[in-house]
Ligand binder design. Structure first.
Ligand code: ASP
Length: 309
């Protein structure tokens, strides 16, 4: 058992598979409260905003009967200058079993891992990793297509700043899918070629072949000046609009991790069409990703905490 989930980079395929199997098992009992984590104390400590991830962990932990505490960073001694490490050690002294941490600094969890004796779960560290998003996406794709092997997954947009991409490439490739990346050259650094993902030259070419078109949120809060001429140009070149939607192959799935920048990654018209009259069996899975997030995060907590006396 890995002990922590710092990122998918240091997870083995069997760990991912174990979480998938456990997720499929738990999904059968979504209507009932389960007892698996009774007596465990789980806390969320988020230094960046979140709607989906934090609440999803809370619902997941409570579903398995763990106690969940959402630590209010802005009301705590952190604002008096207490260090992150001291804060976590204080929580540990109060009996914490697992900490779900989101932090703007890439690598924060690696730095903490040998300093604290509790299970650490990465809920997003800077542009580095967001492993539970990748796990829930893998589950969503596997559940819909009944496989991952051989599927073509196109990840579109702001690759450079995306922690979702960094976790997903590893996880998806590990499970046998092919990953294609496409985006503005300034937001798609050469180093991504070393990940084994293929870099597509044109959005149109890539999305025509893809089983999954995964739109990434443009990380406006992480842009340095000069990487993009304008949002309008980004949307014109890389946004999903009606014309591009009609290029997708039959049965393809459109995904997005949320929150959505409507008018940037996707036009309102394309989104409405996907919801009301999608062409040739194309499906949009944004809500499904959110629902599956609860199941996968519950499976993960159960996996990581089961051996923790
Ligand atoms: N919610 C995801 C994250 O926290 C995706 C995003 O915000 O772009 O990374």
């Amino acid at each position: 058992m890995p002990g922590h989930l710092l990122g998918l980079r240091n997870w083995k395929m069997e760990h991912i598979q174990e979480v998938m199997e456990r997720s499929f098992f738990l999904s059968r009992y979504r209507e009932r409260k389960l007892d698996y984590l009774r007596g465990k104390l789980v806390a969320a400590l988020f230094f960046e905003p979140s709607t989906r991830t934090k609440f999803s962990f809370e619902v997941a932990a409570r579903w398995l009967s763990a106690d969940f505490y959402d630590f209010p960073v802005e009301m705590s001694s952190v604002v008096k200058g207490e260090s992150l490490l001291d804060t976590i050690l204080t929580l540990k002294s109060m009996g914490l079993n697992a900490l779900i941490l989101r932090h703007p600094q890439s690598g924060t969890l690696e730095w903490l891992q040998n300093k604290v004796d509790i299970t650490l779960i990465n809920a997003g560290d800077g542009s580095h990793e967001h492993p539970t998003q990748a796990l829930l996406d893998i589950f969503t794709i596997q559940k819909y297509f009944d496989r991952l092997k051989g599927l073509k997954i196109a990840m579109v947009g702001d690759i450079k700043h995306s922690r979702v991409v960094r976790s997903s490439i590893k996880g998806l490739k590990e499970m046998g899918a092919e990953v294609y990346l496409v985006g503005p050259p300034t937001l798609l650094p050469y180093c991504f070629q070393e990940t084994g993902a293929k870099v597509g030259s044109s959005l149109e070419e890539v999305i025509k072949e893809a089983d999954v078109v995964y739109l990434l949120r443009l990380q406006r809060e992480r842009q340095q000046a000069g990487l993009l001429p304008s949002l309008e140009e980004y949307s014109y070149l890389y946004g999903l609009n009606i014309e591009r939607l009609l290029l997708l192959k039959e049965g393809a799935m459109v995904m997005h991790p949320g929150p959505l920048n409507i008018g940037v990654e996707i036009t309102q018209e394309a989104l409405d069409k996907l919801h009301t009259s999608p062409p040739s069996g194309i499906t949009v899975s944004i809500q499904r990703q959110v629902e599956n997030g609860i199941i996968v995060r519950a499976a993960l907590l159960d996996f990581l905490l089961k051996g923790d006396g």
